[in-house]
Design a protein around this ligand. Structure first.
Ligand code: GLN
Length: 231
């Protein structure tokens, strides 16, 4: 009976080089972003306190399976492949992939133009998967998105393939002038929160919490805070 007041902790894993969804502001250790605010709001709605851990993107599903975390909230796209292993909540954000090249690159204007080119991606992502499908492309996988962008800046690759909102953030907020987004968005993707397949009760609770936050305006408030416009 002694622990009836113990705060229930929900351990959440995310990879922190994915602004504006999850990242650390320069000089700060705090984990911030749209996902972080939404994850905390969902946890609170369910009566938990969120405890956030920074885990490599390709380590998130293993960490969930090992029981080191209870939930992934990391801009993770809902895919058929991943759904075989883990259970996703209802979608909470619509996304898709896009290409970033240097500002003076006029030869790459679409995915088709990436054939035979050097492409930087983050390991374990849908961007990496998509890049590998491109004919003769030399795909370089990095642990973080920051490293992929740095490689483009350094001229080690011709392009970065990553989620559109994160590419947009890179161009507008990082102060990077010599880069641009080209081509159409490919792959309509949606982000979901993920838990283990065994935890069906938690998925239902998370879905209910997302619905409630949409109804009470909290979701919209968080969305406007990070994207500067209504969903
Ligand atoms: N949405 C992409 C994916 O799920 C990228 C996510 C990320 O890098 N955090 O693979």
């Amino acid at each position: 009976a002694a622990d009836t007041n113990k705060a229930k902790v929900l351990k959440i894993g995310a990879e922190m080089t994915f602004p504006p969804f999850e990242f650390q502001e320069e000089g700060s250790k705090e984990y911030v972003g749209f996902d972080m605010d939404l994850a905390k709001a969902v946890a609170k709605q369910m009566g938990y306190t969120a405890e956030i851990q920074n885990i490599g993107f390709d380590g998130l599903i293993p960490a969930l399976e090992a029981g080191n975390i209870d939930m992934i909230v990391s801009g993770m796209s809902i895919t058929e492949e991943r759904s075989k292993k883990i259970a996703f909540s209802k979608p909470y954000y619509k996304s898709g992939l896009s290409i970033v090249v240097k500002g003076d690159n006029n030869s790459i204007t679409s995915f088709k133009d990436l054939e035979g080119k050097r492409i930087a991606v983050q390991i374990g992502t849908t961007g990496a998967e998509e890049a590998r499908k491109i004919k003769d492309a030399k795909v370089r996988e990095y642990n973080s998105n920051s490293e992929a962008y740095m490689e483009l800046k350094a001229g080690g690759v011709d392009a970065v393939v990553n989620d559109l909102p994160v590419n947009e953030y890179y161009l507008t907020k990082s102060g990077e002038k010599n880069a641009k987004i080209v081509g159409d968005i490919v792959n309509a993707e949606e982000y979901g929160m993920a838990v283990t397949k065994k935890n069906t009760e938690l998925v239902e609770k998370v879905n209910k919490a997302i619905d409630e936050l949409k109804k009470n305006g909290e979701y919209e408030k968080i969305y406007v805070k990070w994207f500067g416009k209504k969903p």
